[in-house]
Design a protein around this ligand. Structure first.
Ligand code: DGL
Length: 252
């Protein structure tokens, strides 16, 4: 069984790819919606949540945990790897493929403030994007909108416009909530701009980490520390075959 978690429903963009790649795997998902957004909270707070949620997932039988949140990965993945006996897969800022494919030499990254502050992001930029101009855009307000099930077109047009105005021809979705806004991001960016969603690569990395092919029943159970309404409708829009009884509110 694979545990997956995020500050909210954003990690479902990763679960969608996991499910497509490994449909016979069993999944347990935690949306930490009562504590969402993580984007501007302290690293200590986010690590505290990572510990609590990880222990909950392991208690439910998770043999590996996908930290399907760029912000939590940035703050807590090293801590988690050194304190728990299961493999962890985190979100990689997809700066490398962006830098490799940009023709203008300008790449936009849309993420939370905490993701930009993390050493993982800084190191990735140093390693793979020397000579590339990176336009870092904090997508303030977008996570909250996705949690409400909304598409905030005006905000998206503003952020995307600020990146393309500087010449960005590739935009990295550096937060797992943002693939739910991808169509609107594409519309705002126009046809010459490539949008990178790292979720499929993270799903492939999870399959590598698990080694053995999944032989489970393909079950999926979802917990939220907040309201389950949008969680449920989003999951069922991804996979209508999920049992509608498998959604629970939980206090962690
Ligand atoms: N999905 C989280 C991420 O990938 C959102 C962070 C937040 O809660 O602000 O960064």
């Amino acid at each position: 069984m694979v545990g997956v978690y995020d500050s909210g429903i954003g990690g479902l963009s990763v679960w969608k790819e996991l499910r497509a790649l490994m449909p016979r795997q069993d999944y347990v998902y935690v949306a930490d919606s009562a504590h969402c957004p993580y984007g501007e909270k302290s690293p200590e707070y986010i690590t505290g949540r990572a510990r609590a949620v990880t222990e909950y997932l392991i208690g439910k039988g998770a043999e590996a945990v996908v930290v399907a949140c760029n912000t939590a990965t940035a703050a807590a993945i090293s801590y988690l790897r050194s304190h728990y006996p299961v493999p962890f897969v985190g979100m990689e800022p997809a700066v490398k493929p962006a830098a490799l494919t940009s023709r203008t030499g300008v790449v936009g990254v849309l993420a939370t403030a905490n993701t930009f502050k993390g050493s993982l992001y800084r190191d990735t930029v140093m390693k793979y994007a020397s000579g590339i101009h990176i336009v870092e855009k904090v997508g303030r307000g977008l996570v909250e909108a996705v949690e409400r099930g909304e598409v905030p077109s005006e905000l998206i047009r503003r952020y995307v416009g600020e990146m393309t105005a500087e010449g960005a021809d590739v935009i990295v979705l550096g937060c797992t909530h943002f693939p739910f806004l991808q169509e609107e991001v594409e519309r705002a960016a126009g046809p010459g701009v490539r949008i990178i969603n790292p979720a499929p690569a993270v799903a492939r990395q999870t399959a590598r980490v698990l080694h053995s092919p999944a032989e489970g029943g393909g079950t999926a159970v979802f917990y939220s520390t907040g309201d389950t309404t949008v969680l449920k409708s989003t999951v069922l829009s991804i996979d209508p075959a999920v049992n509608p009884g498998n959604f629970y509110h939980v206090t962690i």
